[in-house]
Design a protein around this ligand. Structure first.
Ligand code: THU
Length: 141
């Protein structure tokens, strides 16, 4: 394995460990579908979040939203890479709203890993999952 591949594998393993661990704390009594998300910010700091459901169903929040809120609260401003971990019948990728949440803090090449607790199943870029997107630059920011 090349050094760069091995660094990438380490990065994936660190994100997966953080997402698996926070997923254990998900509050998902309604769907029973636990999700954990972990991201690395531009300073190299890890942030994690889990889904938090609510008896008033639409009020629940996704794991990615929690991880992004944790990053912003801790002073991070850019997502270098993000991983979402769930145990579904199919691939667990960020929902549409979360793709847009990620978009606010990431670029088209930012890696988005879709994982199960057993490992990364697939890696996408933000541009793969949200092509021709609307973002801060659209507003001239
Ligand atoms: N969920 C996430 O946390 N992230 C996603 O990207 C997909 C869906 C949560 C929301 C809800 O609590 C549960 O998974 C079932 O939809």
């Amino acid at each position: 394995m090349q050094a760069a591949d091995s660094a990438q594998a380490d990065e994936g393993a660190a994100l997966l460990a953080a997402a698996r661990s926070v997923r254990e704390r998900a509050h998902a009594p309604y769907s029973r579908f636990r999700v954990g998300a972990a991201l690395r910010d531009e300073r190299g700091v890890l942030h994690a979040g889990c889904n938090v459901e609510n008896a008033a169903y639409p009020v629940g929040t996704c794991a990615e939203a929690g991880a992004i809120a944790a990053m912003v609260a801790a002073g991070g401003r850019r997502i270098a890479a993000i991983l979402v971990c769930g145990d579904g019948a199919g691939l667990v990728t960020p929902c549409g709203a979360c793709r847009q949440r990620i978009r606010e803090f990431a670029g088209p090449d930012t890696p988005i890993h879709a994982a199960t607790p057993d490992g990364i199943a697939r890696t996408f870029t933000l541009a793969d999952l949200l092509p021709e997107s609307f973002g801060p630059e659209t507003l001239g920011e």
